[in-house]
Design a binder for this molecule. Structure first.
Ligand code: UDP
Length: 318
């Protein structure tokens, strides 16, 4: 299939672009390189530099494409609460431009990067797709709204979508093909790597008094290459007639912050200086996916279930 990967120079997008290319799809990457990097591009794939807010450029890049993978978004939760305006324009208006361009060019399928943030503070763990959708930050709100726009464009214009609700994306391509480290990420593993490389003095662990076995928060860490394979399967299933869906992507296994620290120490052979800090506002104690629906509908199976193996793929490129 001819596929436009929007945000294909970014952290997750570059892994998706690789998976598509390897299974014989014709990939065109569209990216404004605001957080994506040229080093993440594959020479086999076409690249168009452009911004989703530039409608004529987007429309021109979409000509002749049958499907779209949309990963272009602002994704810092804290920033979304302080500066919702850029999330409104980039995430919401940008996504509407993409849907409108799809109608105009005749592209039929879209796989969208959604997030577990659409659930907010879930009452039941593991979280399945029937859980209430109550985002507690503006970032999560934008993801949920875009899912709703896609439902309407499906009803009104027949555009079929899969929204993939990622839990905690981690890791790097194990074959070493993707070397562009995320810049300025506020996520746990990138911060841990900055501590190991001496860029930061210590890791601040946000809270050690949660109602979990060791008091630190538990998350479902899913390897980025497993996320990538789900995009590929979603696209192929849509083309095979699967109706539109929203699907969780996680391993179903929880790992605490302290267990991440221990895994990093085992893998790197270094000790990681940590200090306990206050809880971070808005952090649920435990967030674990029920991803049975993705397994059943897509035939998807995460390959990385061992946290040390995941951490190894991060440590290797740092
Ligand atoms: N975390 C932490 N210190 C940090 C960054 C993150 O203790 O400097 C914790 C955070 O409280 C959460 C987990 O690590 O429990 C994962 O956080 P991240 O920001 O990577 O992802 P989130 O779960 O917020 O999507």
């Amino acid at each position: 299939m001819k596929v436009l990967v929007i945000g294909g120079a970014g952290y997750i997008g570059s892994h998706v672009a690789k998976a598509l290319m390897k299974s014989g799809h014709r990939v065109r990457v569209f990216d404004n390189l605001s957080s994506g990097q040229e080093i993440n591009l594959f020479k086999q794939n076409e690249f168009v530099k452009g911004d989703i807010l530039d409608y004529p450029a987007l429309l021109s890049a979409m000509q002749g494409q049958e499907a779209v993978i949309h990963l272009a978004a602002k994704k810092a939760v804290g920033e979304s609460m302080e500066n919702p305006m850029i999330y409104s324009s980039n995430n919401i208006s940008g996504s509407l431009n993409i849907l409108n361009a799809m109608v105009e060019t005749g592209a039929k399928y879209i796989v969208f990067s959604s997030s577990a943030a659409v659930y907010g503070m879930p009452e039941k763990i593991p979280v399945d797709e029937t859980a209430p959708l109550n985002p507690i930050n503006y970032y999560g709100f934008t993801k949920l709204e875009i899912e709703k726009f896609m439902q309407w464009y499906d009803r009104l214009k027949g555009i079929k979508f899969v929204a993939l609700r990622y839990f905690n994306a981690v890791g790097y391509d194990a074959e070493g093909d993707i070397l562009g480290k995320e810049r300025g990420s506020q996520n746990l593993l990138p911060i841990v790597m900055e501590v190991l490389s001496g860029k930061r003095e210590k890791l601040k662990i946000f809270g050690n008094d949660y109602p979990t076995p060791n008091g630190t928060c538990i998350r479902d860490y899913i390897h980025v290459s497993d996320l990538a394979s789900a995009h590929l399967l979603a696209l192929e299933k849509l083309a095979g007639g699967m109706p539109s869906q929203s699907l969780n992507l996680g391993t179903g296994k929880g790992t605490s912050v302290k267990e991440i620290v221990e895994a990093v120490e085992r893998v790197s052979g270094k000790s990681l200086p940590v200090e306990y800090a206050d809880r971070r506002p808005g952090d649920p104690a435990v967030l674990i996916a029920a991803a049975d629906k993705a397994r059943e509908l897509l035939g998807w199976q995460p390959q990385y279930t061992d946290i040390d193996k995941i951490v190894e793929t991060v440590w290797r490129i740092n």
